[in-house]
Design a protein around this ligand. Structure first.
Ligand SMILES: [Zn+2]
Length: 84
């Protein structure tokens, strides 16, 4: 499968196909960084607190994506009706 970001062949990562070069450019967090961020967020239950935070951020990201897509689809639909 083609990488979601370029023409290279990608490997599946979660729900997306991504090539090694594009994956490297994402600069995914190392395990140590994830652990440190969790511990900085909450001392008592770092894993649960960070998981909840990440889940909320993914939901917000999905909302933002849909809002932006609706805006672009609206422009596209209206533009197609224009005689310019
Ligand atoms: Zn790529």
């Amino acid at each position: 499968m083609k990488c979601y970001k370029c023409e290279n062949l990608g490997k599946k990562l979660f729900e997306f196909y991504i090539c090694d070069a594009c994956k490297k450019s994402l600069r995914l967090h190392q395990d140590e960084t994830i652990t440190k961020n969790a511990q900085n967020l909450c001392k008592e239950e770092p894993k649960q607190a960070y998981l909840l935070d990440i889940k909320k951020r993914i939901l917000k990201l999905d909302e933002d994506y849909i809002s932006k897509k609706i805006k672009l689809l609206h422009i596209k639909a209206n533009l197609e009706g224009f005689d310019i």
